[in-house]
Design a protein. Structure first.
Length: 101
């Protein structure tokens, strides 16, 4: 978890934050970075745990859930990607729109 936080803290241009918003903006910015890093760490930990638990199920139990062992990783990645897209839209406050190209 600390790796996530330190990597994200080091990625911020702190001189730019101070130059644009003054030194008072550093603490709120740091809180935001740490909060985001913690949420990402917790999300990754939860997905890993879910994958571990699904991997422990028998083939019969997976079939009951509509899954199969051969495609389990792909299906889990699809669910995680879909969930990430829904979270992004929730953060910006609008629903996804269908784009036809």
């Amino acid at each position: 978890m600390l790796g996530y936080i330190f990597d994200d803290l080091l990625a911020v241009d702190w001189r730019g934050v101070v130059a644009c918003h003054g030194s008072a903006a550093v603490i709120p910015q740091a809180r935001q970075v740490i909060g985001r890093a913690y949420r990402e760490w917790r999300h990754d930990r939860d997905v890993t745990r879910i994958a571990d638990v699904l991997g422990q199920l028998s083939d019969r139990q997976l079939r009951l859930l509509g899954l199969n062992r051969a495609t389990l990783v792909t299906e889990l990645e699809t669910v995680v990607a879909s969930n990430a897209a829904q979270r992004e839209y929730a953060e910006i406050g609008r629903e996804p729109t269908l784009r036809l190209t």
